[in-house]
Design a protein around this ligand. Structure first.
Ligand code: NAD
Ligand code: UFG
Length: 331
């Protein structure tokens, strides 16, 4: 059985759907700090399959131990973590404690039960600001904020753990910018309050709930001066986890791999695509650069293709269409 921590969240719920579609048995552990139980119901509705759910904080050592005692957990897909860059700057201790502390507790319990396989949600944020895109996995890592440092540190912990135990199988998946939603419109990303990330913000503007999009910076050295990112459809991303798990079945040690499309779009290009998909005007207002942002981020996506046989299939139109479908149904 596969333990999915954070499985009620945005990327986790989409991955649970793909796992169930492939007939894997799963148990979700999520404390619902940034998600709702409704997404677990939606996972069941989409797949027509059942999955177990525990409302559990991964920092709760006894709770995790009880879960491992009740189920034969052979591998873990570890999404659970806090992910707001801005919040991490205000409350760094909360981020280190939840994310790094949570991973340490999880590893401790995995060791107790001889569970040796983990797929970990890392991020393109670990490329920091000193590398030139396209980012390749061998580049040095760093971060510009506490959230990013929790990812750098968690990667290091997992690498060291695998060095100490040659039986371990770890995949560090560096996600680029996950967007979109399941085509059913039943699961997607709906952050609480005013969104920080671009696509959820655009959704609210398209829905008429916010008047315009603030575009942070139009003086970058990019195609139109606005920031460029590698947006990846969350369903493609979810499928990448299935391929990473298959890879770990046959390979020990640490796999570090980018999950991106290899293509960058500017903020204005994305706004344009979203406007076409939704048929809504998305007014924009240019603002100063957002602190900590880099001009351009996109993946070299070759390693995932070579080692996992995985590449993103869905394009920016699919991302905008599915995001808009979800926004209209659920936001
Ligand atoms: P999300 O917030 O939707 O999902 C994370 C889930 O983890 C939530 O359901 C939350 O309730 C749960 N959680 C948090 N702390 C927990 C704890 N201590 N115990 C149990 N559950 C806990 O976020 P997401 O976008 O689905 O991200 C999933 C993972 O991918 C995170 O680790 C995130 O840092 C990473 N990631 C996300 C992005 C992105 O842009 N969305 C990019 C790169 C990496
Ligand atoms: N942007 C705007 N206006 C907004 C929000 C964003 O112009 O209201 C711009 C940003 O300046 C940036 C681009 O849109 O150029 C994308 O910004 P996001 O906040 O959507 O995404 P980031 O690339 O800043 O970061 C995201 C996650 C990080 C993660 C990173 C890489 O928030 O946690 O992707 O995966 F590490």
């Amino acid at each position: 059985m596969i333990l999915v921590t954070g499985g009620a969240g945005f990327i986790g719920s989409h991955t649970c759907v793909e796992l169930l579609n492939k007939d894997h048995e799963i148990v979700i552990a999520d404390n619902l700090v940034n998600s709702k139980i409704a997404s677990v119901e939606a996972i069941k509705q989409i797949t027509g399959k059942s999955c177990l759910f525990y409302e559990l904080d991964i920092n709760d050592e006894d709770g995790l131990r009880a879960l491992f005692r009740s189920h034969d957990i052979t591998s873990v897909i570890h999404f659970a973590g806090l992910k707001s860059v801005g919040e991490s700057c205000k409350f760094p201790h909360r981020y280190y404690s939840n994310n790094v502390g949570g991973t340490l507790t999880l590893l401790k319990i995995m060791r107790e039960f001889s569970c040796k396989s983990m797929v970990f949600s890392s991020s393109a944020t670990v490329y920091g600001r000193d590398n030139d895109p396209p980012f390749t996995e061998s580049m040095p890592t760093s971060a510009t904020n506490p959230y990013g440092w929790t990812k750098v540190i968690q990667e290091q912990i997992l690498v060291d753990q695998a060095k100490a135990d040659p039986e371990m199988r770890i995949a560090l998946l560096r996600y680029f910018n996950p967007v979109g939603a399941h085509p059913s419109g039943l699961i997607g990303e709906d952050p609480v309050g005013i969104p920080n990330n671009l696509v959820p913000y655009i959704c609210k503007v398209a829905l008429g709930r916010l008047p315009y999009l603030n575009v942070y910076g139009n003086d970058y050295d990019t195609v139109d001066g606005t920031g460029v990112r590698d947006y990846i459809h969350v369903v493609d991303l979810a499928k990448g986890h299935i391929e990473a798990m298959k890879y770990l079945d046959n390979n020990r040690g640490v796999l570090t791999v980018n999950l991106g499309t290899g293509i960058g779009y500017s903020v204005l290009e994305l706004v344009d695509a979203y406007s076409r998909a939704s048929g809504k005007e998305i007014p924009v207002r240019f603002m100063p650069r957002r602190s900590g942002d880099i001009a351009t981020s996109y993946a070299n996506a070759e390693k995932a293709c070579e080692l996992l046989g995985w590449k993103a299939e869905l394009g920016i139109e699919d991302m905008c269409r599915d995001s808009w479908n979800y926004a209209q149904k659920k936001m």
